[in-house]
Design a protein around this ligand. Structure first.
Ligand code: PLP
Length: 429
């Protein structure tokens, strides 16, 4: 079967709202290290790590061996109504790493489910369905998580089951306050949060949910400390803080293991998914025991925390920690930022370079007036692909290139990617 036939079959049977990359999406058939190969034999450096899912890369013996061993033992028995050794070990490790005192962990299968579980906990705990979320946020694609998604491209929030208000501050580059010094920016956003609580809610808000660096929203990054200032206000009103670490967890931001730690804040709960299973589906919530145990109705997830996914996740987490991939993310991230800033000096179309560690964005604008330029962004993504580099795209206006390679990225691969990016920018002339 040709690639064109496969694409036709896809279109005939899959929903047309599935967000795919490229006019002619590729089929990835194999991978090794940080490289993947498509159905026609072309090799690419994967600078998006799946969708930040393959945190470590492809064909990692430690993970394949652990999963194979688990399968060989016959314990592919899948239910969560019995004790699961790997699940308990993984929960202990995540609870310890979370920094949340007296933490407990609930496992699900995705980021969406993790956030749904966190919303359920917070709204039940506070007996309120009022929630604060950030503008330009993305939290998932189920009924509750779509409602708290403050990015119009991904949300149909007029059908919301949650009473949600969106707060200013995460997307500084397109904020009216962007040129303020950090301290002033933090003050106006925090004043706005207080204003939103006092003037648009009845006062009994259950929780606020935020991404420390917004993922789908184009790796939009607020100044460090913003969420510490938010937390003080939330504490005054008894509002719980949930940090959505689906993209920012596991050391990807380089400086810290969890993105929220850049703000020197311990949230009431964190949600996680994506990179933890290095390709196996797993997500979850880690929260204070008093919050986690406050559900009064029965609940479980049939697949969440099953023996196979928790085995893959435990092996991934051990690998991440044993190889100190957080430190590698910091080093390679600094190299990439240097290179991207160099490109920005030559190409005013590269309006903003932002992010942390191996979670970096290049916002593409109309040279001169900073208007979003989604057409040039799509061209750059395509040109990079033609040259063997897969990068992500996103942002409210579809004008942000997103780079989040596997955290095992090497110095040579970073140099190679920067050369491809520079050549791709060269096609704009
Ligand atoms: N939260 C964040 C920050 C995300 O980036 C995503 C997915 O991109 C989700 C939640 C939803 O995760 P999933 O697609 O695994 O349901």
């Amino acid at each position: 079967m040709t690639h064109a036939e496969l694409w036709e079959r896809h279109k005939a049977v899959m929903p047309n709202w599935l967000a795919l990359y490229y006019d002619e999406p590729i089929e990835i058939v194999s991978g090794s290290g940080r490289r993947v190969t498509d159905g026609e034999g072309k090799e690419y450096l994967d600078f998006f790590a799946g969708i930040l899912t393959n945190a470590i890369g492809y064909d990692i013996a430690e993970i394949s061996d652990a999963v194979r061993e688990q399968l060989a033992s016959g314990i592919a028995h899948t239910s969560t109504v019995y004790l699961i050794r790997r699940q308990i070990e993984l929960a202990e490790k995540i609870a310890e790493l979370s920094g949340i005192p007296d933490a407990k962990v609930f496992f699900a299968n995705s980021g969406t489910e993790a956030n749904e579980a966190a919303l359920l906990l917070a709204t039940q705990n506070r007996r309120s369905n009022q929630v604060l979320a950030m503008r330009n946020s993305y939290h998932g694609r189920a009924f509750g998580t779509v409602a708290i998604t403050g990015n119009r491209g991904w949300s149909a929030s007029s059908l919301s089951p949650v009473n949600v208000q969106y707060v200013q501050g995460a997307y500084r580059y397109r904020s009216p306050f962007r040129d303020m010094p950090d301290a002033e920016y933090i003050k106006v956003c925090t004043d706005d949060l207080r204003n939103v609580i006092e003037t648009t809610t009845s006062g009994d808000v259950a929780c606020m949910i935020l991404e420390p660096i917004q993922g789908v929203g184009g790796f939009a990054s607020p100044p460090d400390g913003l969420y510490a200032a938010f937390k003080e206000v939330l504490d005054e009103y008894g509002i719980l803080l949930i940090s959505d670490e689906v993209q920012t967890g596991w050391g990807r931001t380089g400086e810290h293991f969890w993105g929220i730690q850049a703000h020197d804040v311990v949230p009431d709960a964190m949600t996680f998914a994506k990179g933890l299973g290095n390709g196996f589906a797993i997500g979850g919530v880690v929260a204070r025991a008093s919050l986690m145990d406050s559900l009064s109705a029965n609940s479980l997830s049939t697949f969440g925390g099953n023996p196979i996914s928790t085995t893959a996740a435990k092996a991934t987490l051990d690998y991440l920690l044993d190889h100190d991939l957080q430190a590698n993310a910091a080093k390679r991230g600094a190299q990439l930022v240097d290179g991207l800033r160099g490109i920005a000096e030559e190409y005013p179309e590269l309006g903003d370079v932002r992010g942390k560690g191996l979670m970096l964005a290049a916002e593409i604008v109309n040279a001169g007036d900073a208007k979003p330029d989604p057409a040039k962004t799509a061209k750059l993504q395509q040109e990079a692909k033609n040259r063997g580099l897969l990068i992500g795209k996103g942002g409210l206006y579809g004008n942000v290139l997103r780079m989040a390679p596997p955290m095992t990225l090497t110095e040579d691969e970073t140099t190679e990617a920067l050369e491809i990016l520079r050549d791709s920018f060269g096609t704009l002339r």
